[in-house]
Ligand binder design. Sequence first.
Ligand SMILES: [Zn+2]
Length: 166
Amino acid sequence: MSRRASPEALARQLLAATGYLDTYRSRPRLDLPSLLEHYDLEWYRRPFDDLSGALLRVGGVYRVVTNARHRLARQRFTAAHEFKHYLTDRHLSPGFACRRYVDNRLEREANVFARDLLMPAEVLGWLWGQGYHAPEQIGRALGVSAQAVDIRMAELEIGPEKALWG
Ligand SMILES: [Zn+2]
């Protein structure tokens, strides 16, 4: 896996490699636990006070840890974010502890990767065409929060405005 690929390209490569891009029409929700398992990543849930998640190395094994106090949809986004640190950043630090609203390049890129992994543009476009219009409905289909879908749809200009004016 290239460390120099953009986070968007990296997400796309992974989705293609897992076969998801061929199967999302029957199963839109990415099987993130299996994907992490494929990389020998263990996924733990712990009740953190102020962390969204972490990537830790324990013995020779990496663990993705997400905040058990957060809703599952948000934990999936966090797990995908930590997965990006594993794929491209793990040589930079013995571990990562991630909070919301920390703005640096690695954090931004991990968020872009998580967004593209869990909400690929073509899948949102396809869902829209299938009649999935409410962010809550799309969020349930993909296993992400309605808020994340809302932001993504605005970025992609998917929505009623486009249908009216496009
Ligand atoms: Zn992070």
